[in-house]
Design a binder for this molecule. Structure first.
Ligand code: ADP
Length: 190
């Protein structure tokens, strides 16, 4: 089982992914978390990614594809995964499809959050005060929104065209309310 979770920055994607992981017994793989861990550990990958992430830009496709491939090929990693933050470009989506096809798998479902942009910006600026994430500055937020609209939405189109079940979820409201919407959308998946 392979699920993808999409949403613009600030849409609550990470929070909901944690709920989906628990409820649907999938392992949650967030490329943003993986990259932040690399930055914190000061690895070569972290050094390459740090400046790019701080500006709100996407790290190069080959770098992130290599990381995800390494994880999905690891025999200790479950093949029941919820990918969060990947694929973010059409190139990454095609690479993922190829990786999965080699194992006879495919993407089973896609969840995509919809939240108005003014709400997103408000939430992110609030989070900046609470968590102090390096890319929650006004400039980086604007850039991340731009990247999402221009690149990531093409990924949604790609899966829609491929006939993968795409669930668009209203991301407004309390965490529990949003999760209930996901549960009803995914009824029958497990
Ligand atoms: P958000 O959705 O709030 O922007 P993420 O934690 O998913 O946050 O990602 C944070 C940053 O990590 C991105 O802005 C980007 O720089 C980098 N990143 C994460 N996943 C990818 C990816 N698949 N391709 C390129 N860059 C990525």
């Amino acid at each position: 089982m392979i699920g993808l979770i999409f949403g613009p920055p600030g849409s609550g994607k990470g929070t909901q992914a944690a709920h989906v992981e628990r409820e649907f017994k999938l392992s949650h793989l967030s490329t943003g978390d993986i990259l932040r861990a690399e930055v914190a550990r000061g690895t070569e990958t972290g050094k390459e990614a740090e400046r790019i992430m701080r500006a709100g830009d996407l790290v190069p496709d080959d770098l992130i594809i290599r990381i995800v491939q390494g994880i999905l090929r690891d025999p200790n990693v479950s093949s029941e995964v919820l990918l969060d933050g990947f694929p973010r470009t059409l190139e990454q989506a095609k690479a993922l499809d190829r990786m999965l096809a080699q194992e006879g798998h495919k993407v089973d479902f896609v969840i995509a959050f919809k939240v108005p942009e003014d709400v997103l910006i408000e939430r992110l600026l609030h989070r900046a005060k609470v968590e102090g994430r390096a890319d929650d500055t006004r400039e980086a937020i604007t850039e991340r929104m731009h990247e999402y609209r221009h690149l990531t939405e093409k990924v949604l189109e790609h899966y829609r065209a491929a006939g993968v079940k795409l669930h668009e979820i209203d991301g407004l409201g309390a965490v529990d309310e949003v999760f209930e919407r996901i549960q009803s959308a995914l009824k029958g998946v497990r």
